[in-house]
Design a protein around this ligand. Structure first.
Ligand code: HEM
Length: 129
């Protein structure tokens, strides 16, 4: 396969042109799934600080309370909520439930994801900020 056409094919799954709700839902599911796997490894890496004693852990917690870190927590919650809620949608569709309404279910997932993320981000900043 020529180099240019290989890149064109690889870029196909992030190309939003001409996609409808189902394609968009799949793309976001893949991005959040990969993001969660990356987060899992970062999380395990950070947990090793626990073995280095209370000072190392306390220093990390102080950094984790910075506004930038809290905003990243918001991004994480956004990804978790979308992945989990759309996971329920995909499971229902796989069982043959609600198939004719898949596009409306997608917008329902998006609405719930954004509302729940907004509440979570508000709570995070209200408690920690
Ligand atoms: C509430 C928890 C979760 C639910 C309900 C859920 C559900 C699902 C479902 C139904 C799929 C298949 C999507 C499809 O076939 O179109 C999927 C894919 C995937 N999930 Fe999850 N998941 C959850 C948590 C996680 C977590 C914690 C991770 C990572 C650590 C993860 C990583 C992935 C990845 C990498 C894929 C493959 C995406 C792809 O092939 O495009 N999931 N998930």
């Amino acid at each position: 396969m020529k180099e240019a056409s290989r890149w064109k094919r690889a870029g196909g799954w992030v190309d939003l042109r001409g996609r409808r709700e189902g394609g968009l839902a799949f793309l976001l599911m893949r991005l959040t799934g990969i993001g969660l796997v990356i987060y899992l490894f970062i999380h395990l890496y950070v947990l090793r600080l626990l073995a280095q004693g209370p000072e190392a852990w306390d220093a990390f917690i102080a950094m984790a309370k910075s506004p930038l870190f809290l905003a990243l927590d918001g991004l994480l919650i956004l990804g978790i909520l979308y992945h989990a809620l759309n996971g329920v949608r995909v499971t229902l569709l796989g069982l043959g439930i609600g198939v004719p309404h898949q596009a409306r279910l997608f917008w329902g997932v998006m609405t719930l994801t954004l509302l729940m993320t907004a509440v979570a981000v508000y709570a995070i900043f209200a408690i920690t900020g």
